[in-house]
Design a protein around this ligand. Sequence first.
Ligand code: 8X3
Length: 253
Amino acid sequence: MEKKTVLITGASSGIGEGCARKFAMNGYRLILNGRNVEKLTAVKRELETEYRADVCLLPFDVRDRGAAQAALDSLPEEWKAIDILINNAGLVIGVDKEHEGNPDEWDIVLDTNIKALLAMTRLVVPGMVERGRGHVINMGSIAGDYAYPGGSVYCASKAAVKALSDGLRIDLVDTPVRVTNIKPGLVETNFSVVRFRGDKAAADNVYKGIRPLTGDDIAEVVYFAAAVPEHIQVAEVLVMPTNQATGTIVSRK
Ligand code: 8X3
């Protein structure tokens, strides 16, 4: 059987890296996007060595639509038929109140989490429709279900990911292309370090007294959504640690 091709944005660490590993061990061909070429190269080496995976690196900043278009155009012909797009790249900076936040940081968050996701969808999905097969898996968040203190702009961005996922599912309803919104709760990655602007102690505090999920745990769920038979569309998955109940209710020991 011909190998399927998956494109993962933000694949150099965290959930994206976990997804890269999971799809590599299941025989997919991987196109890995990120900004940190060194880290992407290390991931590529690991996947080639451990799983003999075919890996193509596509480093660019997802916020740069021109760079995204040029990168996709530059793919060798045999890599262009993308079966699964995992729109994973995303971030948050700061825990400021909405009326006290930094507009330049809002731009980075909203441009990455919303506009870049939309741009990647716009670039990749027409090919899926044309080929009559494909799957878009968006990385949403529990944060998109309800706002929490210090999360206003980030929560808004993830609510937008839910709306974009639902909208795309509506727009593709008469095609075989599936759309999934994965909504993780507490996952220990570099995410909180970036949120706290590099303050590692503050980041560690987020996961104190609870066993958080890992990027590999989320990859299990992403892969499940991709691997079920094609007549099954996993529309949404909310996934969190056992001792987390909502975006704000967590039991810590
Ligand atoms: C990340 C999960 O709980 O920090 O999307 O909002 S949370």
